[in-house]
Design a protein around this ligand. Structure first.
Ligand SMILES: [Fe+2]
Ligand SMILES: [Fe+2]
Length: 381
């Protein structure tokens, strides 16, 4: 009776090795097992192996390296080698071929699939392997060449991956810019329609950034703050236009409608993954340091420092712009109001840095900002 043909299964998962044994041994094959790459090489030296099934992710070496190593063992240059993997992707195919695998079997595999692959590759005509020659010098030369080749392939692969990553980063950046541009456009339309609040959002963004700089915020935090300031009133798109434009005193119901806008700003922005912190700022822009604001009545440090900047910037722009019921307030009046409300409506530290900015160059700052983002005739703030 002919000796059974021997199939080596190298996989660190004992269930897979047992499965291979249970499927193939009744078919007349002998299965030898190894749980690591090194143990696999040991089995290959101990007995004549006719076929190898190798998991791509072994605990000690990559399955690719093991396949390439086997291919360079003189006696195993032509045996069928099958890659086993649970993470199949078409990108693997050239790598599998380059390493010397004949084919790939995706885990979990069916009884039928394993039997079929073994029959196909073991029965195929193959050149007789060279007789076993244990020449360490030859194997070492092979191994060195192989290491160089694999290092080069790996370098190319990493280069390609880096290129793709840079490209994806650029695309993501472009998408972010488009989203931001779109929101800017919505706000511009909103403010143009209101006519009197022209430039309000941009001025709030600009003032908030000036405060943030004085507070020592990072470049990244300033960018978030600028967007939080500029997008704070976005929720007004969901508020009844007639109420926003109403020139005279509002009823309780109408105020309740207006007061929905910070929460609406938050809801609209929080859905956009890279604008979550911006959403937080927009949602808090009518809160107060003393907890008497809305929509949640948060107080003190429950409100982020960036939100505190927008709270003050929003109020500052409201005071320094025309309203339906009054002209813009003179700067000394505004300064006095901020001094009075520091520690109640406004965060004391934010109020302090802003007052310092106003003492230093208040009129010039207003003139400069109003030139860049001109104020309308009146508005609701
Ligand atoms: Fe608002
Ligand atoms: Fe506002």
């Amino acid at each position: 009776m002919a000796e059974p043909r021997v199939i080596l299964c190298v996989d660190d998962d004992p269930r897979i090795r047992e499965l291979v044994r249970l499927i193939l041994e009744p078919q007349g094959f002998r299965v030898v097992e190894a749980d690591t790459g090194l143990a696999g090489i040991q089995r290959l030296r101990e007995a004549t192996i006719h076929m190898a099934l190798i998991d791509l992710q072994l605990p000690d070496v990559m399955g690719y390296a093991l396949a390439a190593f086997i291919r360079n063992m003189t006696q195993y240059q032509t045996i069928p080698i099958v890659a086993l993997t649970g993470a199949y992707s078409t990108e693997l195919i050239p790598w599998i071929a380059a390493a010397g695998f004949d084919t790939l079997l995706q885990k979990p595999f069916s009884v039928q699939a394993l039997r079929e692959i073994v029959r196909r590759y073991l029965d195929a005509e193959r050149p007789e392997p060279a007789p076993a020659v244990a020449d360490p010098a030859v194997e070492l030369t092979h191994l060195r060449r192989l290491t160089r080749e694999m290092a080069y392939d790996l370098w190319r692969y990493v280069e390609e991956l880096n290129r793709k990553t840079v490209l994806m980063g650029q695309q993501a950046k472009l998408i972010e810019e488009i989203v931001i541009y779109t929101i800017h456009s919505i706000i511009r339309i909103l403010e143009t329609n209101e006519r009197y609040t022209a430039g309000h959002s941009q001025r709030v963004g600009a003032y908030a950034v000036m405060m943030g700089r004085r507070l020592g915020l990072t470049h990244e935090e300033l960018r978030t703050l600028e967007l939080g300031g500029t997008f704070h009133d976005l929720g007004k798109v969901g508020v009844d236009r007639c109420i926003i434009r109403k020139p005279h005193t509002l009823t309780d119901e109408e105020w309740a409608e207006i007061r929905r806008h910070p929460a609406l700003s938050y809801e609209l922005l929080v859905e956009i993954p890279f604008l979550r912190e911006v959403a937080q700022i927009a949602g808090e822009h009518h809160e107060r340091y003393d907890g008497k604001g809305y929509p949640h009545g948060k107080k003190g440090d429950e409100i982020s420092i960036s939100s505190h900047c927008v709270i003050l910037a929003d109020a500052f722009d409201a005071m320094t712009s025309h309203r339906s019921y009054r002209r813009a307030l003179p700067l000394p009046h505004v300064v006095a109001e901020i001094e009075r409300c520091a520690g109640t409506q406004f965060h004391p530290e934010v109020a302090e840095v802003w007052l310092r900015e106003l003492y230093d160059r208040g009129e010039a700052l207003l003139e400069e900002t109003h030139r860049q983002f001109p104020i309308g005739d009146e508005g609701t703030g």
